[in-house]
Design a protein around this ligand. Structure first.
Ligand code: KG4
Ligand code: ZN
Length: 344
């Protein structure tokens, strides 16, 4: 049996992305191309992603991004064994652009279609980058999600905790907005926080004392807003100190939750060495990654943080999830529907 060549398409938020990934019988992967066009300019003036503009930009660019992914992989669409596409969750206008394009290609080229859950793509990325073995604990922290998931196998996921309000990336984005740091906020908050004093403000650590694996970030965001209003007009130092104090609160909450999750892992799966995999754009944050590395060291667990270009939205993770499902014999019908909400 020859290695499978999979085209992956991602359009569920503000990245138009396509990639070609090859998976061999032993589960080894090769990323032949991974093209991502971020819609920074389209949404810059609005301080956040505008769904209608995102969908239109996907329409404009997706064909070219797919063609470029093939070119860079040095093959044509005829060489592809299957077409994998994000079918949700996400902004439905964008998802429909990717899904309709993938269906058209699958029909025209007579290739199998694989409708991929975007969260599953994030969840399986570490198997492509680091050959992560099941079972492992996933911490998915992105603009749309903050959750712990026990990943036991392809298609075998158990959610252990989620956010009861904002996602972590969303909290970074909102804090950035109220500090006038622009969008996307995460990298801007992290950069400015390096000049700040993380101890100047003692922001709340929501749910920290509760014995559950859920997150809540909206109260923290409100505390940041009230502090900013109380100090206005803000000096550059005030902005840096608020950003640093916010990030310190977040890092502490994430660490405490992660260590609780690892304890549960050890109790429920005593036979397996705990493996914590981080995915989603917030994984780029160095203070959070450092805090997680410390937690894992204390817990005797292994931490995997895939390269950041594969932690944020991209086509290679979708292609890889497709490759894993393809290898298991999964094929989806051409009338599969887009799912704006689709829990793992
Ligand atoms: O995974 P992703 O690219 O898209 C979603 O599926 O949501 O994550 C984007 C999110 C944004 O909210 C962005 O602000 C956040 O990840 N992010 C960061 C950093 N880089 C990106 N948050 C904190 N620190 C960073 N360095
Ligand atoms: Zn994502």
């Amino acid at each position: 049996q020859a290695p499978a060549i999979i085209l992956g398409i991602e359009t569920s938020c503000d990245e138009t992305a396509a990639a070609i990934v090859v998976r061999d019988q032993s589960g080894n992967s090769t990323i032949r191309s991974n093209v991502v066009r971020s819609q920074l300019d389209e949404h810059a003036a609005f301080g956040g992603v505008v769904p209608e503009l995102a969908a239109r930009a996907h329409v404009t660019y997706l064909d070219h991004i797919i063609a470029q992914a093939c070119r860079e992989a040095d093959l044509t669409l005829a060489d592809v064994d299957a077409i994998a596409v994000t079918a949700g969750p996400g902004l439905v206008g964008g998802v429909l652009v990717g899904l309709t394009t993938a269906k058209a290609l699958a029909a025209a080229l007579d290739k199998p279609l694989l409708a991929i859950n975007h969260l599953e793509a994030h969840a399986l990325t570490a198997r492509m980058t680091d050959k992560a073995a099941f079972p492992y604990l996933l911490l998915l922290v992105s603009g749309g999600h903050s959750q712990f998931v026990l990943v036991r196998g392809v298609g075998d996921y158990q959610r252990w905790g989620t956010t009861i309000d904002d996602a972590l990336g969303e909290a970074f984005d909102k804090v950035a907005k109220l500090l006038s740091l622009g969008h996307p906020g995460g990298p801007a908050v992290e950069a400015i926080a390096m000049q700040g004093d993380p101890k100047r403000f003692k922001f709340p650590r929501p749910l920290l004392r509760e014995a559950r694996l859920d997150f809540s970030f909206s109260g923290l965001k409100t505390a940041v807003r009230l502090q900013a209003e109380a100090l206005a007009p803000l000096s550059d130092q005030d902005v840096a100190d608020i950003a640093a104090s916010f990030q310190a609160a977040v890092a502490e909450v994430v660490s405490v939750r992660a260590s609780q999750a690892l304890e549960r892992f050890k109790a429920e799966l005593p036979q397996a060495r705990p493996l914590l995999v981080v995915a989603g754009g917030v994984a780029a944050n160095r203070s959070i990654a450092t805090a997680l590395a410390n937690v894992c060291e204390t817990a005797g667990a292994t931490l995997i943080v895939p390269p950041i270009a594969l932690c944020t939205d991209n086509g290679a993770m979708v292609a890889w999830a497709g490759a894993e499902r393809f290898a298991l014999g999964v094929r989806d019908p051409l009338d599969v529907t887009a799912r704006p909400r689709w829990p793992l």
